[in-house]
Design a protein. Structure first.
Length: 147
């Protein structure tokens, strides 16, 4: 059974492992290193003993303390299909709500039907497509959930 806990700076190499296995082109190592430093109080990692299985990173928007973001969620391919992504998301959503957030945003690739289904089950609704979000041709679907 996986243990879920808040991210710590020493989780850097775990995060890199998860990120590398989960995305073709993910966040830079520098950003990955900063996630626990900047957002660790509302971000979580799943570990099976000392083996990293997945993480979810959330943040509270600067200047809009009632708005939060899920900035990344990844589960290693061999750990998928066991409800781990949902559990990580629920931990982040609970932490954001306890911090006073009233609305959570996230973006997802429009072709990522599995993630969109998970987010919909968690109460997120589509709020439209954001063209060129990560650069030309890299559109994202914006989804929002009230807390």
């Amino acid at each position: 059974m996986a243990e879920l806990r808040t991210l710590q700076p020493e989780d850097f190499h775990h995060l890199l492992t998860i990120e590398t296995e989960s995305f073709d082109s993910g966040y830079s190592p520098y950003f990955i290193k900063m996630i626990p430093v900047l957002f660790g109080n509302v971000s979580y990692i799943a570990l099976d003993e000392s083996e990293p299985l997945g993480y979810a990173a959330a943040a509270i928007e600067q200047g809009e303390r009632d708005r939060g973001w899920i900035i990344s969620m990844a589960v290693r391919p061999r750990a998928r299909g066991q409800g781990l992504g949902k559990k990580l998301m629920e931990k982040c959503l609970d932490a954001l709500e306890q911090a006073g957030v009233r609305r959570v945003h996230l973006t997802v690739a429009p072709a990522n039907k599995v993630a969109i289904e998970l987010y919909s089950q968690l109460g997120f609704a589509s709020s439209g497509v954001m063209p060129d979000y990560f650069g030309p041709g890299e559109h994202r679907l914006l989804m929002i959930k009230p807390l």
